[in-house]
Design a protein around this ligand. Structure first.
Ligand code: FES
Length: 167
């Protein structure tokens, strides 16, 4: 995740200027938002205004697109995104216990980010690993056959690794 700096704003404007040379620049809005999220980890409201002005598109329309696609984050997200599968197989095998344990351990609700910005908690539908339900995904790694206890241990491992990197 990075701060909004003049340099980043200039990069966005340069990118949009290149797009403006294309036949239908407005159709590149999703590509622009994708780039913005790649730079900041989310789509900041202030940047939507910049994109609106540069592309000559109302901010309300950009907001509509960004909120329609769940892919776009509208708030800063944590270093690690923890997605708890609440699909049927996982639910039957205790996904809710895992979710409640995560909420307690992280001190956040679904959709929120921890104060230290280390974790964002999300729910997901079938992650395609029903055979090892209940399953969670942390970033792009799948963990299965979890319990309320083992998921907390897993979070401790990530915290420890983050602490070691900053130490
Ligand atoms: S239902 Fe959770 S991985 Fe399929």
């Amino acid at each position: 995740m990075s701060e909004i700096t003049q340099e980043k704003l200039d990069q966005i404007k340069t990118y949009i200027n290149r797009i403006k040379q294309q036949p239908y620049p407005g159709s590149y809005l999703i590509a622009v938002l994708h780039r913005v999220q790649g730079m900041f980890g989310y789509v900041p409201r202030e940047i939507m205004d910049v994109v609106a002005e540069e592309m000559n598109i109302p901010t309300a329309h950009i907001w509509g697109v960004a909120t329609f696609y769940h892919y776009f984050n509208l708030k800063p997200i944590g270093k690690h995104v923890v997605s708890v599968c609440m699909g049927t197989a996982c639910y039957v095998k205790g996904a809710d216990d895992v979710l409640q344990a995560l909420k307690r351990e992280l001190g956040v609700k679904v959709g929120q980010t921890t104060e230290d910005r280390l974790f964002t908690l999300q729910e997901a539908r079938c992650l395609g690993a029903c055979g090892i339900a209940p399953v969670i995904m942390i970033d792009d790694k799948i963990y299965g056959e979890l319990t309320a206890k083992s998921v907390v241990e897993l979070i401790h491992r990530y915290r420890k690794a983050a602490g070691e990197k900053t130490a």
